[in-house]
Design a binder for this molecule. Structure first.
Ligand code: C2O
Ligand code: CU
Ligand code: CU
Length: 498
């Protein structure tokens, strides 16, 4: 079992983590001192591309418990998929028929959701596709989307936060011929590196400390230490001058504003749903929970540079001052991982001038608009899920909030009526962001998305089309991807109907 809340409460007063306290996210240390701590080789999850049987790609996955040594001497009870913490990189090609066989070896029910994928609702792995302990669930569907970095994670209602925190998540790569032909850096673990960013808190005995306070449940669970692919104080020995990073914000609640310590430029080449039309050069990128981005960086021999979080851009901060202060307290800069490029060599990867034009829809073709307001009540309403909802209502597994006719192009307007930012995610589809408070999104967001950060008091309009699969009874979800908010009811359900 995952440690109970009672146990967390007991340990909550424990405070720091002994020796490691000075390097926790609570404060930043001088750059040279910090670098000496970041020496653990970055873990690379194994790649699982399964086996072809009768023209299906069959992939076996098993959810189970394990023990992880994030800090050497203090083992942490964790959970993972085919391993102690996190899961393999599932790797498939566009056009594949996949069969994912998921066995639950935990002692509690769980699910596995394929985030970002267009698939039948009953194959989605959302809160209705519960896998009981000892049972196997088979999810079979066709990969229709093009090259992209998707992911998967537990979606057990009321338990998503803790199950993902313990490790039930992994990456899901899709390849296609158009992206193969671009000659991007694409050798896994050599010049094409996955980075799953997660912040975690620990008790003195090394166990995870999950959501022990009201603050954790209200703001979402923020950790004191960074794990990258399950590595604390990670260091990557960079091998090739041009390196591709596939970034996933796999954190429960923390929003990152990523930059390199020397503020070097990098090129964003992909969003949640795949490649951008052309690379976008930037020096920092905001990633909220659930979002992915692929970036290319140029290293020179001798570079030794930290990837870090810098404070979030201050915008739309019209919330009550108390909330503003609490958010600021969680938003000091800190180091995430180190890139040591002492040995880099030229590689085969190229940065093309143009990539692949992402799918788009014309506003004039939209046949419907829907409005979604994200609500969060302060004070006593926050207790036990009373305050989180969408359009004034908390999630109800038995209520359908929207019925979308198959094939229709729709505009969804998401208004954030709360004092903090929420990443809004829609299952089954990729969308385009039309505008943020009437202004077009920046170039790095002008691609396919399935999760969009909506700032306090902001209205974001997206356009999309729900295609290929209709089901009169099995719903898809839309929700805030801060997992504690989702668990507390900031989620709704829609059907795609023929
Ligand atoms: Cu990443 Cu509803 O999920
Ligand atoms: Cu999803
Ligand atoms: Cu939220």
């Amino acid at each position: 079992m995952f440690a109970s809340r009672r146990r967390f409460l007991k340990a909550a007063g424990a405070g720091g983590f002994g020796l490691l306290t000075p390097l926790s996210l609570a404060g930043i240390v001088a750059a040279d001192e910090s670098a000496s701590w970041f020496k653990n080789p970055l873990r690379l999850p194994p790649v699982q591309d399964g086996q072809i049987h009768d023209d299906e790609r069959v992939i076996d996955l098993s959810l189970g418990y394990g023990t992880s040594e994030f800090f050497g001497d203090r083992p942490t009870p964790t959970a993972g998929i085919n391993g102690a913490y996190l899961g393999p990189v599932i790797r498939v090609r566009q056009g594949d028929k996949v069969k994912l066989k998921v066995t639950n070896r935990l002692s509690e029910p769980s699910t596995l959701h394929w985030h970002g994928l267009n698939l039948p609702a009953i194959m989605d792995g959302g809160p209705h596709q519960v896998i009981h302990p000892g049972k196997t669930w088979t999810s079979a569907f066709k990969i229709r989307q093009g090259a992209s970095t998707q992911w998967y994670h537990s979606h057990m209602y009321h338990r998503t936060g803790i199950q993902v925190y313990y490790g039930l998540a992994g990456l899901f790569y899709i390849d296609d011929p158009r992206s193969d032909a671009l000659n991007l850096p694409s050798e896994y673990g050599v010049d094409d590196i996955p980075l799953v960013l997660q912040d975690r808190s620990f008790n003195e005995d090394g166990s995870f400390r999950y959501a022990s306070s009201m603050h954790d449940r209200m703001m979402g669970m923020m950790g004191q230490f960074m794990l990258v692919n399950g590595t604390a104080f990670a260091r990557l020995q960079v091998q090739k001058k041009l390196t591709r990073l596939r970034l996933l914000n796999g954190s429960n609640a923390r929003i990152y504003n990523l930059e390199f310590a020397d503020r070097r430029e990098f090129q964003q080449i992909a969003t949640d749903g795949g490649l951008l039309q052309q690379p976008v050069s930037m020096r920092s990128i905001v990633l909220s929970p659930g979002e992915r981005a692929e970036i290319l960086i140029e290293f020179s021999a001798g570079d030794d540079v930290m990837l870090r979080h810098k404070s979030l851009p201050r915008r739309n901060s019209s919330g009550p001052p108390m909330m503003g202060n609490m958010m600021a307290a969680n938003d000091r800069p800190f180091d995430i991982m180190r890139f040591d490029a002492a040995q880099v060599k030229p590689g085969p990867g190229r940065l093309p001038a143009t990539l692949v034009a992402p799918r788009d829809w014309a506003v004039a073709d939209a046949v419907r608009r829907r409005q979604f307001t994200l609500n969060m009540r302060m004070g006593m309403g926050m207790m036990r899920g009373g305050g989180f909802g969408i359009n004034g209502r908390p999630m109800d597994m038995k209520r359908i909030d929207a019925r979308v006719p198959l094939g229709d192009i729709e505009i969804w307007e998401i208004f954030n009526a709360s004092p903090m930012a929420h990443p809004f995610h829609i299952h089954d589809t990729q969308f385009r962001i039309l505008d943020r408070d009437g202004r077009p999104p920046h170039a790095g967001e002008q691609g396919l998305k399935d999760t969009v950060l909506v700032y306090s008091r902001e209205k974001v309009r997206i356009i999309t089309q729900f295609e290929n699969y209709a089901d009169a009874s099995a719903p898809y979800m839309f929700h805030c991807h801060i997992l504690e908010h989702e668990d507390a009811g900031m989620m709704g359900q829609f059907l795609v109907v023929a």
